[in-house]
Write a protein that binds this ligand. Structure first.
Ligand code: COA
Ligand code: MG
Length: 288
């Protein structure tokens, strides 16, 4: 079972030296080093050089490192990949993915260089076309995860932001189902009002309930909330232990079903219970 955490996935604009420094000690499970929309056009060239150097000189520990390049159809995409390849990136995050052919094209470019032989691909899910093609995209070569781009999606859908996210619900759930079917990671979109802790917490809880692995974040203030909400709670851990005990006892009596707190516990609940305990242990080791 893969227990690598993606509870908190922090965007850092590639041109912001101070933020790049700071991130070596922040409690983020993963970092998105951004060369795309968080970098002004005049800064694109400087940001990619700075980022390539930073990735080679800084130690970001166990944090997963994703580099978001500009789309390959833009004037910056190919140079981004060229310069970043020298830093042997763990993963490239491709923005504005509409179809699997775009992933295949990137995979061929990665295949062509020894430095990127191990590099995985993540895709932004942020267009109606991408959402419709999510199942094919999730199964394309080198794919490791989806990141929801909810701001771009809302723009293209012409929908309004609401606390319950009802207008976006189908666009969130189609990539979710595609990710689960392909066995890849999926991380929810950002919460723009980065000083509104209650609003962020509610949206994290909704994303957690839906099955997202974590939330993308834009400011360090948001880290503790995402880390907490996407970790198993004490109640979940206690219940998981009791379910496993009760099920073991039932099995030793030759029965296939146990009852805990008035609810049935079958083998499939034990799979979930074991996942909760494995995650809880992996996350606890991280903070030790
Ligand atoms: N990653 C790492 N560090 C960050 C950070 C980030 N995303 N955002 C802010 N910080 C750091 C700042 O460098 C500052 O550090 P310091 O106190 O040691 O100097 C500290 O956190 C406090 O920052 P603050 O002054 O509150 O924020 P700001 O007003 O400078 O910036 C934003 C606010 C939103 C512009 C900034 O957080 C940001 O650029 N976020 C990322 C946006 C992005 O990547 N968008 C693309 C995807 S949607
Ligand atoms: Mg976007």
């Amino acid at each position: 079972m893969d227990t690598r955490p993606f509870r908190s996935v922090l965007y850092i604009p590639g041109a912001k030296e101070r933020a790049l420094e700071k991130a070596t000690t922040l409690a983020a499970d993963a970092i998105i080093f951004d060369l795309e929309d968080a970098v002004a056009i005049d800064e694109k060239a400087r940001a990619r050089e700075l980022l390539a150097q930073t990735l080679q000189s800084h130690d970001y520990g166990t944090r997963a490192k994703l580099v978001r390049i500009n789309a390959l159809s833009t004037e910056w995409g190919a140079s981004d990949l060229d310069v970043i390849a020298d830093a042997r990136p763990e993963a490239i995050l491709l923005p504005k993915v509409d179809n699997a052919e775009q992933i295949e094209a990137l995979a061929r470019l990665l295949d062509a260089r020894a430095e990127t032989s191990e590099t995985r691909i993540w895709a932004m899910m942020e267009s109606p076309q991408g959402v419709l093609n999510a199942a094919d995209i999730a199964r394309a070569p080198r794919m490791a995860g989806f990141i929801m781009g909810t701001n771009d999606l809302a723009k293209d859908m012409g929908c309004r932001f609401r606390p319950d996210r009802l207008p976006l619900m189908l666009s969130l759930q189609m990539p979710l189902i595609a990710a689960k079917a392909a066995g890849i990671v999926i991380v929810d979109g950002v919460y723009n009002a980065f000083r509104d802790e209650a609003g962020l917490r509610a949206e994290c809880q909704q994303g957690r309930d839906m099955g997202f692995d974590g939330k993308t974040l834009i400011h360090p203030l948001q880290l503790p909330i995402a880390n907490e909400v996407f970790s198993p709670t004490e109640e979940e851990i206690t219940l998981a232990r009791r379910q496993i005990e009760a099920f073991d006892a039932a099995t030793s009596r030759g029965e296939g079903v146990a009852v805990v707190d008035g609810s049935i516990v079958e083998n499939l609940h034990i799979v979930t219970a074991k996942q909760i305990l494995a995650k809880a242990q992996a996350f606890a080791e991280l903070t030790e």
